[in-house]
Each structure stands twice: as C-alpha cells, then as structure tokens.
Write a protein of this length. Structure first.
Length: 289
C-alpha cells in the first residue's frame, strides 16, 4: 500500500468518525430540545438570519462533503467557513472565508474547490483558501443584497489540491425571505492573475441558487445547489449542475445555538471524470449579535 493511499484512507476514515460522532451528538440534542421548542416556536427569526448569506451574525460552519462515482475514486472535503460581520455606519461588511481540507484520489473534475485539477496519485491536505467580502445595507428592505470582491489564494499544500494560481473577481448575492421561505442566488466569477505559469488559467463561474422552507420546531427543508462552469474547458465538459436537497434543524447545546443539515445531490450535468453524486453534512455554530 502506498503512502498516498494510506493518507487517503486515514483522512476519509477520520472524517467519517468525526461525522458519525457529531451526528449522534446532535441527534441527541435535537431530541432533547423538542419540548423546549414547543414553547419557543422553533426559532424562526434565527433560522431566517442563518439562511441569509449576508446576515450580520457571526458563525462557524463545518461542511463535510463526500463525492461518489468519479472515474478515479472518491474525494472528500471538509470546508471550514467562518463568517465575520463588521458594521460601518449604514453598511455591513460580511467577511466570508472558505478553508478546504481535501482528500483526492487523483484527478477529479467538476468541484468548486479545484477549478483545473491535474493528474496524480492522490493527495491529502489544505486546498486553496477563498476570501470574499460582501457590502450590504445594515437595514435591508424586502430584497436583501450584497456585493463585493472575492479572491482565491494559492495556498494548496499539493498541486493536486489547488489551481496553482491566485484568482480574483466579483461576487454578489440577492435574496428574499417571505415567511416561511428563503429564496436567493449567490454568484461568483474568478479569473487567475498570478501563479504557476505551467498551470492552466482559472476562469470559473459559480452559481448557488438556494431555497429554504422553514417548518415547525426549528426544522427546515433546503436545496443549496452549487453550479460551476469552467470556461477554459470544452463546451461538452464545461458545466457541473447538481440536483437535490436535504433537511436541516436549528437547536442548542447548553446555551450554544447550532444549525445542522444533511443534503444529497446528483450531478445531472457533469464533465468527464466528475463524481456522479455527493452527500454533505454541515454543522454550524451560531453567535447572534
């Protein structure tokens, strides 16, 4: 067994163990809180704030994603995504970071984290860190919006885990929240401007339509599809379009407010070498201001 395959199995096994432990812990807390939420009405206002990408609330999500069906094997991602809001006068600056820990068995296409993957025997480590800041009104109207710059930093610890480039471009989000819905669209376009001259340029569009329907007792239904287009690829291998959704729950551990959701998506359109489907589980720590 190669050193890479050992690292791959160790990383994936560690993610599954952490996933299982936290899922069991959360399930216990969810069941214990059912009686309490009958009196509190399910925390609808907090759910709406949590589902708003430019909401002025500190949060720390951990998103586990397991990809299945790619030609070279199964890839695993753990995205650590802190959100730090700063209010300046009548405006909020919503700072969002995505720090991906990746295990890839080799070349896997169609993932947002690695726009132009390179062949290899597999790798495990840190991918390219993305930082975005949204400027949004502190007192939004019925239509909530935010716009700003996004930068993808060349931080990958292995060529197979990143693009080898520094990339930047605009990002924006718009949404409405007529109770009990949250409906919106987040978009981002990145172009490379520096980095390894031997690697392909980055020209990637990301579109993220999201729909949440809030139920009683903090439960909600969610569809949060991440569509990507690699404009450097041939037209037949350009788009990755998943279809699917999942279910989520707002709850507390002691006095710590939490959010969790479980989702599954099938890639209806995908380039050669991309996974057929993926499953993700998110655990989010919430810190309302």
């Amino acid at each position: 067994m190669t050193r890479t395959s050992i690292a791959t199995k160790t990383f994936r096994a560690s993610c599954i163990v952490i996933f299982t432990f936290l899922a069991v812990l959360c399930a216990g807390q969810v069941l214990a809180q059912e009686k309490k939420e009958k009196k509190e009405g399910g925390g609808g206002d907090l759910a709406a704030k949590t589902q708003n990408p430019v909401g002025a609330m500190y949060s720390l999500p951990f998103k586990f994603t397991f990809d299945y069906g790619a030609d070279n094997g199964e890839a695993t991602f753990l995205n650590i995504q802190p959100v730090i809001p700063v209010t300046v006068g009548d405006w909020n600056l919503i700072n969002r970071v995505i720090m991906p820990l990746i295990d890839t068995p080799g070349l896997v296409t169609g993932t947002p984290e690695i726009p132009n993957p390179v062949p290899g025997d597999g790798a495990t480590g840190l991918g390219d860190i993305n930082y975005s800041v949204f400027v949004s009104p502190a007192e939004p109207g019925k239509v909530i919006w935010g716009i700003g710059p996004s930068i993808m930093m060349n931080t990958a610890t292995d060529d197979q885990l990143g693009s080898g480039k520094w990339s930047a471009g605009p990002t924006a989000v718009v949404l409405v929240q007529p109770k009990p819905w949250t409906i919106g669209l987040l978009g981002r376009q990145l172009w490379s401007f520096a980095g390894d001259s031997d690697r392909a340029n980055v020209n990637q569009l990301l579109l993220e339509p999201f729909v949440n329907y809030n139920l009683a007792k903090g439960w909600y239904l969610v569809s949060d599809m991440i569509l990507t287009a690699n404009w450097q690829a041939d037209s037949s291998s350009r788009w990755t379009i998943p279809l699917g959704g999942g279910v989520g729950k707002m709850f507390e551990i002691a006095s710590q407010k939490m959010n969790t959701k479980l989702e599954a998506y099938y890639n209806a359109v995908k380039p050669d070498g991309a996974p057929d489907w993926s499953m993700s589980w998110t655990l989010q720590f919430l810190f309302p201001r």
